[in-house]
Ligand binder design. Structure first.
Ligand SMILES: Cc1cc2nc3c(=O)[nH]c(=O)nc-3n(C[C@H](O)[C@H](O)[C@H](O)COP(=O)(O)OP(=O)(O)OC[C@H]3O[C@@H](n4cnc5c(N)ncnc54)[C@H](O)[C@@H]3O)c2cc1C
Ligand code: FES
Length: 261
């Protein structure tokens, strides 16, 4: 884990309220893995007091990439950063995705900004036999991967309003992919809003399919010191709670108590 003041290389709007930022940190770029995140202090001083967590979308040389949606005070400040500005960043943090072996068929299921860590995972897998599904509410939320400079990834898209791709939820795409996945046993990797993660986990656990879930939660410290991100573990677990920041954000779906989360 590294903490440093990093230089913003670019920060641009790529869709609706969604921004794509790159900042320079050679040591973080060397350490980062898919599913890990960084805590970013969006400006110096005490407003806002807390750092904000963002998944790492990938690395390009010594530049770390993040994708974020402006939802409040912190992300609004972040969206005003210009190339040459500096931001204080702590990372890479947390436990990322465990990469699957060649014998399984990876299915990546993203919802909204959950696409960021799955892009990193998909690029890392670098396999032709992977399926990438991305769900959004409406088409202005759809992240155009060509604007991120990413080639060779073309997730199947679902929008709830039907304006792009499959009309409906990304879990419907998942169910149809699972029906046709026969050659290799599937393994699911997912990140997105909690209701989507619950639905994906229900499908996976119901069919005994391995499923790694990247959770989001409110985070104050990001390093296991404040207890702010505790989640309930499955009833048969030795420890009743896990910290999303330190034990996750990626968990085996069967180790969590989905009735309580
Ligand atoms: C491990 C992790 C990885 C994340 N990765 C990304 C990412 O790659 N891209 C991205 O855009 N966001 C990501 N988030 C969410 C991001 O941290 C929040 O959107 C951000 O902190 C909001 O800060 P803010 O000051 O703009 O909003 P605030 O002013 O703090 O809140 C504004 C509104 O946003 C809601 N909000 C705050 N945090 C979250 C959250 N975690 N999830 C959903 N709603 C929230 C609040 O409830 C409130 O309604 C991640 C969160 C975690 C825990
Ligand atoms: S954010 Fe402080 S313990 Fe996880």
């Amino acid at each position: 884990m590294i903490e440093e003041s990093t230089e913003v290389v670019f920060n641009k709007r790529v869709a609706g309220n969604t921004f794509f930022m790159g900042y320079r940190s050679d040591p973080m770029a060397n350490e980062a893995g898919p599913g890990q995140f960084v805590m970013m202090q969006v400006r110096s001083g005490i407003d806002p007091l807390l750092r904000r967590p963002f998944s790492i979308l990938g690395v390009n040389g010594d530049v770390l990439l993040i994708l974020y949606r402006v939802v409040g005070h912190g992300t609004a400040i972040l969206s005003e950063k210009k190339p040459g500005d500096f931001v204080q960043v702590l990372g890479p943090l947390g436990k990322g995705f465990a990469l699957p072996c060649e014998a399984v068929y990876p299915i990546l299921v993203a919802g909204g900004m959950g696409i960021a860590p799955l892009i990193f995972l998909s690029l890392n897998l670098a396999r032709k036999d992977q399926q990438f599904l991305a769900g959004y509410g409406i088409s202005p939320e759809v992240v155009p991967l060509d604007q991120l400079g990413i080639r060779g990834l073309s997730p199947a898209i679902a929008t709830e309003d039907g304006s792009q791709g499959h009309h409906g939820r990304v879990t419907e795409l998942l169910e149809s992919v699972l029906l046709s996945a026969k050659e290799k046993p599937p393994a699911i990797f997912t990140c997105g809003p909690l209701p989507m993660l619950k639905a994906v986990s229900r499908i996976a656990l119901g069919q005994n399919i391995p499923c790694q879930v990247s959770l989001e939660s409110n985070m104050a410290c990001g390093v296991g010191a404040c207890q702010g991100c505790a989640v309930k573990k499955a009833p048969d677990s030795i420890k009743p709670y896990a910290h999303v920041c330190r034990d996750g954000p990626v968990f085996d779906a069967k180790t969590l108590d989905w009735e309580v989360i």
